[in-house]
Design a protein around this ligand. Structure first.
Ligand code: GLC
Length: 427
């Protein structure tokens, strides 16, 4: 037991060192080189990680994130606080003309879910800071409602908005994107990590074509949603948003917010729940991404379906199907079904497992009383990190670490959740 404890403590120290090392002063970068700016959902996970050893710094992380909120409520997916030539597409490509410069799309709204956990760590010390953040989070949730939920469930207008960039989920929508006019450009990501782990050239052309459409219409949301080259319903964001609306409502109760606004949040969550049948795929037997332009479903079940537990919206008939997918790998929830065509165990979101996604799924498992599943997921995630290090993501078949090293969100997930998987808490 002491040997295990020593090992956990050494990993704790390394995780804190990584987080401190990626701290640029008020915000944290995901990893040096590959991702040198502030990323939206990475920062929310970073805040959760900081809350285990520096609560003040945890709140600061969220405050810095929300300081870049757009007047319409959107919280952008990247904030370019300082120039860095090592990343493409940088601020000049996005052309948002904001101060600070940002990207023009958003990312999974996990902030309220994690802020609730951070506040629980010290409700007295965090109260004033959460109170100041609450209306900003509400404005962001309102943006999701107004700009992305017009079809019922939550949609993404760019695969990057989903946070699961090149998942098989986006294949139908991406196939319809015309990238012939995208022009010449130089990628930077493949200079940092092996090209075999990153999206391919045609994918990248299409990512840029969608970006260019947004820029060319001045990031006008109505135009993007009505006429943009890509719009797909995302099960993951839908489930995250249901949970986030409810958590923000609960935070509002605790902080004495306006009851009308709390009821509004609960109503938004209920509307999303009511719309879920539109992404229920009868034959696959799970919630599946769907192209809102053509009606076509994605070809496979992805990790997004496992987030139904987080939203307390799981359907019993999906459970065996989901567990069977998990049983096809050794470590963690794969980002796409290994039995489906298109699965690649190391290429970005086409198969690998992510500690952050596992942690969100685990919150749902725990809250819905699936303790044995939660323990298994925690143990597998802990093994990945303890054996492989704090990498961006992992091959779910053999545990090979992939992507970028010394990654903030992997360190954060270790400190907040995964570490317990090593000493039997996850057994
Ligand atoms: C990649 C991921 C995205 C993440 C970002 C920074 O783009 O797909 O989810 O936020 O890297 O870590």
């Amino acid at each position: 037991m002491t040997i295990v404890m020593d090992r956990i403590e050494a990993l704790d120290a390394r995780a804190r060192e990584i987080m401190r090392g990626n701290d640029m002063g008020g915000y944290t970068i995901p990893t040096k080189g590959l991702y040198p700016f502030q990323w939206n959902w990475d920062s929310a996970f970073a805040a959760w990680g900081f809350s285990t050893f520096d609560l003040d710094r945890a709140w600061t992380e969220l405050e810095t994130l929300f300081s870049a909120q757009w007047p319409d409520g959107m919280v952008p997916h990247i904030i370019f606080h300082r120039p860095d030539p090592g990343y493409f597409p940088g601020p000049e490509v996005w052309g948002t003309r904001t101060d600070p410069p940002t990207s023009g799309i958003s990312q999974p709204p996990v902030a309220a879910i994690l802020a609730r956990r951070i506040l629980a760590a010290d409700p007295v010390a965090g109260r004033a800071r959460m109170k100041a953040l609450w209306p900003k989070m509400l404005a962001w949730h309102r943006w999701w409602r107004r700009c992305r939920c017009g079809h019922g469930v939550a949609a993404v207008a760019h695969p990057w908005e989903s946070g699961r960039d090149n998942c098989t989920d986006w294949d139908p929508g991406m196939a319809r994107v015309d990238a012939s006019g995208v022009g010449e450009y130089t990628r930077r990501d493949t200079g940092h990590v092996d090209a075999s782990m990153r999206p391919g050239k045609l994918d990248y052309d299409r990512f840029l074509a969608i970006l260019q459409f947004g820029r060319d219409c001045g990031w006008d949301q109505q135009t993007i949603v009505e006429r943009g080259p890509f719009l797909m319903a995302d099960p993951a964001i839908t489930f995250i948003l249901i949970r986030a609306h409810r958590d923000l409502a609960a935070l509002g109760q605790e902080l004495g917010a306006d009851p009308g606004e709390i009821a509004t949040l609960e109503g938004w969550a209920a509307d999303l729940v009511a719309a879920l049948p539109m992404i229920w795929h009868k034959k696959l037997g799970a919630h599946v991404a769907r192209d809102l332009r053509s009606g076509e479903f994605a070809p496979a079940i992805s990790s997004g379906a496992f987030l139904a537990w987080l939203a307390n919206c799981a359907r019993d008939e999906a459970e065996a199907r989901l567990i069977a997918i998990w049983d096809r790998v050794r470590f963690g929830i794969p980002s796409s079904d290994p039995a489906a065509p298109g699965f690649e165990s190391r290429r970005y979101w086409r198969g690998p497992t992510w500690p952050v996604v596992n942690a969100l799924i685990a919150i749902g498992m725990r809250d819905s009383g699936r303790d044995a599943l939660e323990a298994r997921l925690r143990r597998e995630t802990a093994e990945l990190i303890a054996n492989g290090g704090f990498w961006e993501y992992f091959d779910p078949l053999d545990g090979t670490p992939c992507g970028g090293d010394a990654f903030t969100w992997t360190a954060a997930i270790w400190l907040t959740w995964a570490r317990g998987g090593l000493n039997g808490e996850g057994a």
